[in-house]
Design a protein around this ligand. Sequence first.
Ligand code: ZN
Length: 438
Amino acid sequence: MNLPQISEAISPAGIGQAMFELIADLYPICRSITGNGVRQTLKRIQQVVPIEIHEVPSGTKVFDWEVPDEWNIRDAYIKNAGGERLVDFHHSNLHVLNYSIPFRGRMGLHELKEHIFTLPEHPDWIPYRTSYYKRQWGFCMTHRQFMKLRDEEYEVCIDATLAPGSLTYGELCLPGRTTDEVLVSCHVCHPSLCNDNLSGIALAAYLARRLSEQGRRYTYRFVFIPGTIGSITWLALNRTNVARIKHGLVVACVGDSGRLTYKKSRQGNAEIDRAVQHVLKHSGSEYEVLDFVPYGYDERQYGSPGFNLPIGSLTRTPHGRYPEYHTSADNLEFVSSEALAVSLDMYQRVLDVLENNRRYRNLNPYCEPQLGKRGLYGPVGGQADRHLREMALLWVLNLSDGENSLLDIADRANLNFVHIRQAAKDLEECGLLEECQG
Ligand code: ZN
């Protein structure tokens, strides 16, 4: 692990670039729900933040599931009768049906076609297909390539192993002043796909790095896990600890140019749901809010009825809603350092709301206190700023009866949380406000 790199500061402008570079480094690796690709990925993340790598043996019972055999692949190809590699795993790892069983054989076109996946509507893209739970072999290729196949004998090879081993995941805990936790979860099981998977990994890694450099009220737990089976495994191993999770987000698809989209937690009106919607509303950018559905990424496991954790998912264009999704066109050109940096900033703003969302009591509740004599009407800014500041002070004083949180006040006042928070700070400093404990 390269610890000195962790203390090396990254400028806010450079962080999008750093995230993009991490994506570019991870892009060529062939990942799956288990195997060396995940290990290699987690080791690279350790250069950004010191995550711990965990191994869970194949066959371990995790709720209704079982940790599967470990898949590793070295090579795969389809050769024509002349010995030419028409499809080559080393050109794109998407060419192999992910989790294919090992296979070697010769066959005619008719038989081979049964094992080939293409996208006729996008003839130059390779689709990404998996077969985790049905044992089969297969190849994915561009439709254009497929149309060129002649009726001849082909040599097919998938040099892979599917054998008992383990499921690998990464975890990082950043302790805060309380043991209440915020969970940030991303999946690490997709091969060469940038927006779906790698952008989430990069955001989670750099968000963890930023948080590691600042004071924290909450304890933050980051998990880098294979989708579905990874969250099921993690929940099974941490069943008794999840009560500490008070808020959480599943990160994915945060590098494209689409608008930010928030999928609410199963609870629908949890503090995280309100915090994200508040930040999006005041971001000045277009956004969309979706209700929870039991489909999508790992929020569906965190939101299963036995857990019902307040965990939503903040993405840009959601999975399945862009044509490049799960194809070779979800590549390095599809994501940008600018989009990544803005997404990271949104996450940071949401966490700032959670960190600072307290309840206060007005210590001068009988009529308005005189703000002028306490120097609360500073000569800063123009008329508009002054009015905004005054409104924030009045709202905080009026609604700080011990019941309303600062987020409640910000929403009711329709003012940005940062102004409400600043007003509360100023009022507390001049003795007009006291934080409620518990
Ligand atoms: Zn996916």
